[in-house]
Ligand binder design. Structure first.
Ligand code: ASC
Length: 148
């Protein structure tokens, strides 16, 4: 039941982000939107670092809530990477190698789903593994598709 609700929620999020593509009056608006969503993603991802490093106590409930926010945010940027939205920090490869970019995006989405499962487990060891994988999926895409 929970799985199917997740699938429905993700399908809705995809629809929303696809529809959002048509909602930007000009490409700059889309670029700002995807950058803003990445700022929030980085914030909600980065604030878990002290927990994963063992610098602050593990509060399973707080982590679950934070990962729920992350799961929502993870669906947002992609609708603003369509044709005509070139620019910003994105390399031209986002569009010239759309298949490769899609793969990285899917890897990221799966990693965030796994992070959610790990957060639900309430086990810090599982959270650490999933957190590491999610970070790698961010980096893998940035390495090939983001200007530095
Ligand atoms: C972050 C952040 C990223 C990723 C990446 C992981 O906190 O802002 O882009 O983690 O650095 O390698």
């Amino acid at each position: 039941m929970k799985k199917s609700l997740t699938v429905i929620a993700l399908a809705c999020a995809t629809l929303v982000s696809t529809a959002a593509n048509a909602q930007f009056a000009k490409p700059e608006d889309g670029i700002k939107y995807r950058q803003a969503s990445k700022v929030l993603l980085a914030s909600h991802f980065g604030r878990m670092v002290p927990v994963v490093k063992g610098e602050v106590p593990y509060d399973a409930e707080a982590i679950k809530q934070n990962v729920a926010v992350l799961s929502t945010l993870a669906a947002l940027p992609w609708g603003a990477f369509g044709p005509g939205f070139e620019g910003g920090e994105a390399k031209p490869e986002v569009w010239s190698d759309a298949k490769g970019f899609d793969e990285k995006r899917e890897n990221f989405k799966v990693a965030i789903q796994e992070l959610s499962t790990a957060a639900d487990s309430g086990e810090l060891a599982k959270l650490k593994v999933a957190f590491g994988k999610a970070g790698q999926s961010c980096k893998a895409c940035h390495d090939g598709y983001r200007k530095d």
